[in-house]
Design a protein around this ligand. Structure first.
Ligand SMILES: Nc1ncnc2c1ncn2[C@@H]1O[C@H](COP(=O)(O)OP(=O)(O)OP(=O)(O)O)[C@@H](O)[C@H]1O
Ligand SMILES: [Mg+2]
Length: 476
């Protein structure tokens, strides 16, 4: 029912490096929570030290003034799309990739390569840097062409072959149009490869997504294609964060793809600190990052699988929170709030991927919770769900399926259920929600099935996000 890849909010502290846990414990205590409960159960944060701003122009002036207090460089430097000039702690992997691909510079065919490692371990960044370094060399232009495809977006055999062909096409008239048969697209792609000649390095980022969506047929085609090419040679570079995805491959495809293999280990907390320090130096003015900020971002990210993307996101969002506070410094408190905000984003993404009936169920819970401003008994949940289903023209699921969905929502940490005693009435379960209502409801309404439930929101409702509440323990 719920895909196993669901993000869960529980951090596996048991596997985290000790240094990461210590860093969190040793960091300054979390700030005193300033959140208050407002009608509707939503929580908001008391205004901080914001100077009074009467008009939008005042707000813009003030935001601009404080933004320039923090940043020296373009804030895009903290974004995922930015490729830094140095990738600390990936020197070994860069050398390995470069050594494997180097024969291409002489026109010789390198081995196929599979790169794998957990999320945020620098796989995409390393390959992008090696590609850029190769392309800067004059001997590269003579022999090598690169095609990089992100299989998260291009995940069907047709779109993949068409994209490869069109990346190689030098003239508009050579491009492969949509509408041709797959065989014709494949033949046209082969011709375009031969027309380019030389070594063609095909980087298939997130290759596991392609296999999950479309099977390994297209990889079989690509891994055999050199037998059919006349003047070109194709080299496959697969990148995956699913370590087991090759088990799903046909043995021949697996052995072709696995000619060379490189594992990217997760970063530990000190390594993440080095990565963050590099970026912080580039983007922030001197002295604006408080002691402990980098350490805290690194420690949190080390607990979450050593993910550099997460560490950078924490630093970026902490700076945004500081800006909103009109603070001249980024403090450990801002990191705590950044963490809470990022967790909320994950929760909301998680809600978006629930099966439709489960979304209706969660919506019913949120509605009752909002109306009652507190815990909802399971009987009411069933009733609310049945009413909503009726309104949406769905036939409601049986009580057993609903009960399974409730358990799954609880496992995902979106709701919490406690047993309450009702005197002679026996015992029942009371459900409290653990998601920000004002953000979750619109996310659920994005599903076309639930769209008829969308209601106009007042400005104050829109502002009732739990953005600044690091505690997240009570109702939102
Ligand atoms: N050693 C490093 N030095 C500097 N920045 C790094 C380093 N490793 C990763 N990053 C940055 O962290 C972010 C995530 O890295 P990247 O996208 O390469 O991870 P990935 O292993 O491809 O993750 P995924 O499996 O989720 O695609 C990027 O912004 C990247 O620039
Ligand atoms: Mg990647």
């Amino acid at each position: 029912m719920i895909p196993p890849s669901f993000p869960t909010r529980k951090l596996d502290a048991a596997v985290a490096p000790v240094s990461a846990r210590e860093a969190i414990q040793e960091s300054p205590a979390a700030p005193v929570e300033r959140a208050t409960t407002v009608p509707g159960g939503a929580r908001t944060t008391a205004p901080s030290t914001t100077p009074s701003s009467n008009t939008a122009a005042d707000v813009f002036d003030s935001v601009m003034r404080y933004a320039t207090e923090l940043y020296r460089g373009n804030r895009e430097i903290l974004r995922e799309s930015y490729l830094p000039s140095r990738l600390p702690h990936r020197e070994h992997q860069i050398r390995q990739v470069a050594e494997i691909l180097a024969p291409a510079l002489k026109g010789d065919q390198p081995s196929n390569l599979l790169i794998y490692g957990k999320i945020g371990t620098g796989k995409t960044a390393v390959v992008a840097q090696v590609r850029a370094d190769m392309q800067r060399r004059p001997d590269c232009t003579a022999h090598v062409t690169f095609v990089t495809v992100n299989c998260a977006n291009i995940d069907t055999p047709y779109s993949l072959l068409q994209t490869i062909g069109n990346t190689l096409a030098e003239k508009e008239s050579d491009r492969i149009p949509t509408g041709w048969s797959l065989d014709r697209v494949q033949a046209a792609m082969r011709e375009l490869m031969d027309a380019r000649e030389g070594i063609q390095l095909l980087i298939l980022d997130e290759i596991d997504r392609l296999v999950a969506k479309s099977g390994d047929g297209v990889l079989y085609t690509l891994s055999q294609i050199n037998g059919e090419l006349k003047t070109a040679r194709l080299v496959l570079v697969g990148i995956s964060n699913d370590l087991k995805f090759t088990n799903q491959l046909d043995a021949r495809v697996r052995s072709r793809l696995n000619e060379e293999k490189i594992l990217f280990p997760p970063y530990d907390a000190p390594q993440l600190q080095d990565i963050l320090k590099d970026r912080a130096r580039e983007v922030f003015k001197e002295g604006v990052v408080d002691a402990g900020v980098i350490e805290r971002c690194a420690a949190y990210a080390a607990l979450e699988n050593g993910d550099a993307r997460r560490a950078l996101a924490l630093l970026r969002v902490a700076a945004e929170v500081a800006e909103r506070d009109r603070s001249k410094r980024i403090t450990a408190d801002h990191v705590v709030r950044a963490k809470s905000r990022l967790e909320q984003d994950i929760i909301i993404d998680c809600c978006r991927t629930l099966p439709s009936h489960c979304k209706v169920l969660l919506y019913a819970i949120l509605q009752s919770y909002e109306r009652r401003r507190g815990g909802v008994l399971t009987g009411e949940v069933y009733e609310g769900y049945a009413k909503l289903s009726q309104r949406l023209g769905l036939s409601p699921l049986h009580a057993r399926s609903i009960s399974n969905y409730l358990s799954e929502l609880e496992t995902l940490g979106l709701i919490r259920a406690t047993i309450v005693s009702r005197g002679r009435g026996g015992r029942t379960r009371e459900i409290v929600v653990d998601v920000p209502i004002s953000e979750t409801m619109p996310a659920l309404e994005e599903d076309p099935l639930l769209a008829p439930l969308a209601r106009p929101r007042t400005l104050s409702q829109t502002l009732l996000t739990n953005f600044d509440n690091p505690g997240r323990t009570g109702p939102y």
